[in-house]
Design a protein around this ligand. Structure first.
Ligand code: GUN
Length: 296
């Protein structure tokens, strides 16, 4: 392996330490305790793990955690009523509704019922529009984490060719907006892109967010490129379940200048950025200066 490893686990610990420091300052100087409400509808095992982890880390950085676990049969009206209550609660600065929601619930309607100022996921249509027009917004956590790691590793991103593989609302599209905001030349590629290999080979920054295990081999990577692997895929290998990214790590690490591993790359940054967004939201709600280095 010749690439530098971008250690997301260590970087996320640094972000959490900065968040914790800011939370202490808010408490001591302003008597303000940032609060995050997480809403889980149903019993999806992966979602339960994420929600537990979010609650634990929220408390660890000194913030208040409000968990709302609702039955899989919860009606849309009941869910919207809970969100309206959280929107009006001054102790709640961030609201996250864990996705995916059960199929009888309209995710767009539910997400767009969250107060945009408390939308720490950055999924509300207002935040999507603000980000797209370069205005101050709540930025989706996973792309924000990727941006922080890229800036930390590369310094200025200005003028670099960035290729984002994947066009989801949660990662691909906001990632492209953030890279454009940092003056990259951005291509959004996806499963229908003609000659995806050639497109990827032009990338100084390659962000893989397609959800297909090890789809991007080393010979699609430009020598010296910075590779950010957002994929978290469970596969069976040699009789064991293992986690792999969307990039074929071993071959890509021979060619890339730097690469994020899976696990231990982008994954830990997502919750760290959720905590960062909650502190940012608490500061904005109270007219206080935002924490430095924790926003886009
Ligand atoms: N499910 C998987 N990732 C996410 C995320 O970033 N936010 C929410 N709300 N749900 C998710």
């Amino acid at each position: 392996m010749s690439a530098t490893l971008i250690d997301g686990k260590a970087f996320a610990a640094q972000v959490r330490a900065k968040v914790a420091e800011h939370v202490t300052r808010l408490k001591n100087d302003h008597g303000l305790v940032p609060g995050l409400a997480v809403v889980l509808v149903g019993e999806d095992p992966a979602s339960q793990v994420y929600v537990r982890s979010k609650g634990k880390q929220t408390v660890e950085v000194g913030m208040a955690s409000f968990e709302h676990k609702l039955s899989p049969e919860t009606s849309e009206a009941d869910l919207l009523a809970l969100i309206a209550k959280l929107n009006a609660d001054p102790k709640v600065h961030g609201i996250l509704v864990q996705l995916p929601l059960p199929s009888h619930l309209n995710s767009d309607l539910v997400i767009n019922s969250i107060d945009p100022a408390k939308d720490v996921d950055g999924f509300h249509i207002s935040n999507v529009g603000l980000l797209g027009t370069g205005q101050k917004s709540m930025v989706p956590c996973t792309p924000l984490g990727c941006l922080m790691m890229l800036r930390d590793h590369l310094g200025s991103l200005s003028g670099l060719n960035a290729v984002v593989v994947g066009r989801s609302n949660i990662v691909g599209k906001p990632m492209a907006q953030l890279l454009l905001g940092d003056s990259c030349t951005v291509t959004i590629a996806h499963s229908r892109t003609r000659d995806l290999a050639e497109t990827c080979r032009r990338a100084d920054i390659l962000v893989a967010a397609v959800g297909r295990p090890e789809m991007i081999p080393g010979d699609w990577v430009k020598p010296g490129a910075t590779v950010i692997d957002v994929g978290i895929n469970r596969i069976e290998r040699d009789g064991k379940t293992v986690l792999v990214g969307d990039v074929h790590f071993d071959s890509a690490a021979q060619v890339a200048g730097a690469i994020t591993p899976v696990p231990g790359g982008v994954g830990p940054m997502t919750i760290a950025c959720l905590l960062a967004n909650t502190v940012t939201s608490a500061c904005r709600a109270n007219g206080l200066p935002e924490p430095e280095g924790l926003t886009a």
